[in-house]
Ligand binder design. Structure first.
Ligand SMILES: Nc1ncnc2c1ncn2[C@@H]1O[C@H](COP(=O)(O)OP(=O)(O)O)[C@@H](O)[C@H]1O
Ligand SMILES: [Mg+2]
Length: 251
């Protein structure tokens, strides 16, 4: 049996009157890459925020390593978030800091490591995402794909048990997409941990996913391996995968 890294258990989320998730349950398998797919506004980013406790569900529970995080105090949540890397959709690097300083931030904030050791870890981490020797450059001096990889480096620099990626390849060309996808796979192996990737990019998902979960109208409508999802008889899944305007998904 696969181990579970995190579990959403019967979760409901609403923003004001709008119900975003209704009785949603999902297990995230440890040591695997799980891709979350679904339409814009389906609640994919919200799932990532539930998993690191940035968002509390209105009802239901969220477990990480078997521990209910919905009852945790903020101080415990801060400790939890140190073990979970987050690669933001828009990288969220500080423009006024060099790449090296950006990547070093989580180590400076959360550890007491001496500066020389931080410098060494930062350069090793940048090298692991294919960005050797860019420590002294600034975000504005790098290409979009390089900034993304620097964001990945910052997400993994503390050796987290899991990394959450929000739309890591959206809006980037196929070559950069391929490089970023490959980087996610390599980082997961290097950390020997879990990855959850929100993505629209089917080629990228087919390349990296161990499991795919499809979110639709507040629930998980399909879950399985790449082969299982591609062969799914569910018309919602097939319409999404084929990008067709004909089918049960209202457009
Ligand atoms: N802070 C918020 N306040 C109000 N509505 C929100 C907020 N965050 C998300 N939503 C709404 O919740 C739904 C799901 O959002 P999100 O998880 O960002 O979807 P996705 O990442 O799949 O595009 C969307 O309809 C969005 O407008
Ligand atoms: Mg989103």
């Amino acid at each position: 049996m696969a181990q579970v890294w995190a579990r959403l258990d019967d979760v409901c989320v609403r923003y004001g009157p709008k119900i975003v998730m209704q009785n949603l349950s999902l297990d995230i398998v440890e040591g695997a890459i799980t891709c979350i797919i679904g339409l814009s506004g389906a609640g994919k980013s919200t799932i990532l925020r539930l998993l690191n406790g940035l968002k509390k569900p209105d009802t239901g529970r969220v477990f990480v390593h078997g521990e209910d995080i919905t009852t945790m105090r903020e101080s415990e949540l801060i400790d939890l978030r140190r073990t979970i890397g987050f690669a933001f959709q828009f990288s969220a690097l500080f423009d006024s800091l060099s790449i090296g300083e950006n990547v070093a931030l989580p180590l400076r904030e959360h550890t007491k490591k001496p500066a020389a050791e931080i410098k060494k870890i930062v350069s090793e981490t940048l090298e692991s995402v294919g960005l050797a020797h860019v420590e002294d450059r600034y975000p504005a001096e790098l290409s979009g794909g390089m900034v993304k990889r620097a964001g990945f480096a910052r997400a993994v620099v503390t050796n987290p048990q899991a990394v959450l990626y929000d739309e890591p390849t959206t809006g980037l060309d196929p070559i950069i997409t391929h490089v970023l996808t490959d980087t996610i796979v390599k980082l997961r192996r290097r950390l020997n941990g879990t990855a959850v990737v929100v993505s629209h990019d089917l080629d990228s998902i087919y390349m990296m996913a161990d499991y795919i979960a499809m979110l639709f109208e507040g629930a998980i409508v399909a879950y399985g391996t790449v082969d299982e999802i591609r062969r799914s008889p569910n018309p919602i899944v097939q319409q999404f995968l084929q990008g067709s305007e004909v089918g049960p998904i209202p457009i």
